[in-house]
Design a protein around this ligand. Structure first.
Ligand code: C5P
Length: 252
């Protein structure tokens, strides 16, 4: 399923390669975050990006010039998507976008999608207060998503609970990448705002990022296939409900 991105949150290139080989064809791409990048480095990113879509999740957050340099470097590795923190501000996000477009043009390749993290999905209202933000989670996410869109970025990372707010404030073409996905029976662990894959897609997520529910499963491919199947059932149910609602509207 094109929309399912698997977080390769492991420590070695060997583990990452094994997961990528096991999951190949069943998922839409792989996310490489700070854990794997710090231990295995850019060579692994380039290697995986030559075969699959790679979302480089390093959440750049620095002065515009530094972020632009990092984005250009990621673009040279051939990544399909990368991200920055929206709280880095408008100038930083614009610099990130420009660097991606310019570096890709120099290499005659498509520019990577550049998206922004609104708020980490591990943060709740209490955590927001602790860092001195008085806004509600919903207001803060909505504000940062609108800022991201005005900087010309392609979308945001946001929890399932914020998809609706973002869809209301930003255009339909704006990508929403949603982590915090759990099976109905799973523990939430350190993720505060979670949903099932089917519910997140029904709410309007463009891509899902799933880590532990797949990579920590006894059989990662079977876990990914089960999630894809649940999304198909969810979609069929949704289409059925929409048809029923349409019939009711026509007969009333
Ligand atoms: O294991 P789990 O499914 O919770 O993994 C979610 C992944 O998404 C992790 O790699 C985490 O770093 C990432 N992520 C997140 N919240 C964000 C941005 C990225 O959980 N706002």
């Amino acid at each position: 399923m094109e929309q399912l991105l698997v977080a390769l949150d492991v420590d070695t290139a060997a583990e990452a390669r094994a997961l990528a080989a096991q999951l190949g064809g069943a998922v839409g791409g792989f996310k490489i975050g700070s854990r794997l990048f710090t231990s295995a480095g850019p060579a692994l990113v380039e290697e995986l990006a030559s075969r699959d879509r790679v979302f480089l999740d390093l959440k750049f957050h620095d002065i515009p010039n530094t972020v632009a340099g990092a984005v250009a470097a990621a673009t040279r590795l051939g990544v399909w998507m990368l991200n920055v923190h929206a709280s880095g501000g408008l100038a930083m996000m614009r610099a990130a976008r420009a660097a991606a477009v310019e570096e890709a043009a120099r290499r005659s390749r498509p520019a990577p999608l550049v998206i922004a993290v609104t708020m980490l999905t591990s943060l709740d209202q209490q955590a927001l207060m602790e860092i001195g933000l008085q806004a509600s989670v919903a207001d803060q996410v909505g504000r940062l998503a609108a800022l991201t869109e005005s900087a010309g970025l392609d979308g945001v990372v946001a929890s399932p609970q914020e998809i609706e707010i973002i869809r209301r404030r930003c255009g339909q073409g704006f990508a929403i990448v949603t982590p915090g996905i759990r099976g109905a029976a799973d523990e939430h662990g350190d993720q505060s705002r979670t949903a099932t894959a089917a519910d997140a897609l029904a709410a309007g997520a463009t891509y899902l990022v799933v880590g532990r529910p797949i990579i920590a499963a006894a059989d990662p491919r079977a876990a990914a296939e089960k999630m894809v199947a649940e999304c198909r059932v969810g979609r069929a149910g949704q289409a059925g409900r929409a048809r029923q609602a349409g019939r009711k509207r026509r007969s009333s």
